[in-house]
Write a protein that binds this ligand. Structure first.
Ligand code: NAP
Length: 316
């Protein structure tokens, strides 16, 4: 028979309590300090899946349209090698899914009027379903006027003011391809944006501004930063999700970004370097887009998706 006196029972309970506290505190510290590695948001892999789906839709369109393929017209003005590469990548992607890419090359000295004429004739061509004007155009051209001249139903790259306004108002419109691709990637990984604080660094018409509007439409609380923003590192440090859209290699430093944030790098600089210093973040962020293989392939997949949608609508 075991006989405990009062004091030995108290000592026993005390020891058990202390042991429990130690185990609990070690468990808690372990879980607080050892963050899981961030999820890689695999844009390349998702783009391949999207292309496979699009190939099926293109086959259906061709069956319904007497073999006619969906057509994306791409306009390249001038001889910027990076732009030429982007246009080629888009043409290659069209062919992979069975679409036709119709490239139009205009010389470096092209005027706004000449470019408007080219767009006009593509607007009027019933065989063309989507029009892509590769950004940037040479400086003598009024790019905004040319973007806004693209017929809304063929603005599959989502660059027109009309399309932007409709998207921002949550009306049906083709979104700007890069931010729309980012939203699709985040959706694929079930990242719920509602209530998150999103900080977008960059406010360009084709990337930062539509990105901010799309995040807002997804119920994020959005801060948009730009070259005149004061105290950028502090603002970035408040973000649950950061979008880098600056165009400067590794401009956004890893130590500005808090643990557990979602890191989206839309930047693509020479040498395949993004706008965010990504390497130190991989082990302590919630999720991140790699460069390359993150946002870039999603941009092209979105452009193709929106062209296929335009072709399907033209058939109805
Ligand atoms: P952009 O038109 O040059 O715009 C850059 C933005 O960054 C501007 O809003 C600018 O502010 C801001 N910025 C510049 N310096 C800054 C600073 N020191 N602090 C804070 N903000 C600053 O460039 P973009 O066309 O949006 O492209 C941005 C990046 O995305 C580039 O790397 C580009 O290659 C990449 N991109 C990738 C894809 C893709 O498919 N992966 C597609 C498009 C673009 P201000 O407005 O005040 O000048």
């Amino acid at each position: 028979m075991l006989v405990f006196c009062e004091s030995s029972t108290e000592r026993f309970i005390d020891k058990v309590e202390k042991l429990c506290q130690r185990i609990f505190s070690e468990f808690r510290d372990d879980n607080l300090t050892k963050t899981m590695p961030g999820i890689l948001l695999d844009g390349k892999g998702l783009a391949l899946q999207i292309e496979a789906d699009l190939a099926v839709r293109v086959t259906r369109i061709r069956e319904a349209a007497g073999c006619a393929k969906p057509v994306l017209a791409t306009i390249l003005v001038g001889d910027d090698p990076a732009s030429a590469t982007y246009v080629k990548l888009k043409g290659d992607a069209c062919r992979r899914v069975g679409m036709e890419s119709r490239p139009i090359f205009l010389h470096q000295e092209t005027t706004t009027e000449k470019l408007l004429e080219a767009i006009e004739s593509l607007n009027a061509d019933e065989h063309v379903h989507g029009i892509l004007l590769q950004h940037p155009v040479p400086p003598q051209i009024d790019e905004r006027q040319c973007f806004d001249h693209i017929a809304i139903e063929k603005d599959v790259d989502g660059v027109s003011s009309h399309g932007f306004g409709r998207m921002a108002m949550k009306e049906s419109a083709y979104g700007s391809a890069t931010p729309a691709g980012i939203m699709r990637l985040l959706g694929h990984y079930e990242i719920d944006l509602s209530g998150l604080h999103a900080v977008v660094v960059g406010r360009s018409p084709i990337l930062g501004k539509p990105m901010a509007a799309m995040l807002l439409n997804a119920d994020a609380t959005v801060t948009v930063c730009h070259s005149r923003t004061v105290n950028l590192p502090t603002l970035v440090g408040l973000a649950d999700i950061v979008v880098g859209a600056v165009g400067k290699p590794e401009f956004i430093k890893a130590d500005w970004i808090k643990d557990g944030a979602v890191v989206v790098d839309a930047g693509y600089n020479p040498g395949g370097i993004g706008d965010i210093e990504l390497e130190p973040l991989k082990e302590r962020c919630r999720a991140y887009t790699p460069v390359p293989g993150g946002v870039g392939p999603m941009t092209i997949a979105t452009l193709l998706t929106q062209t296929v949608e335009a072709a399907e609508k033209a058939l109805r």
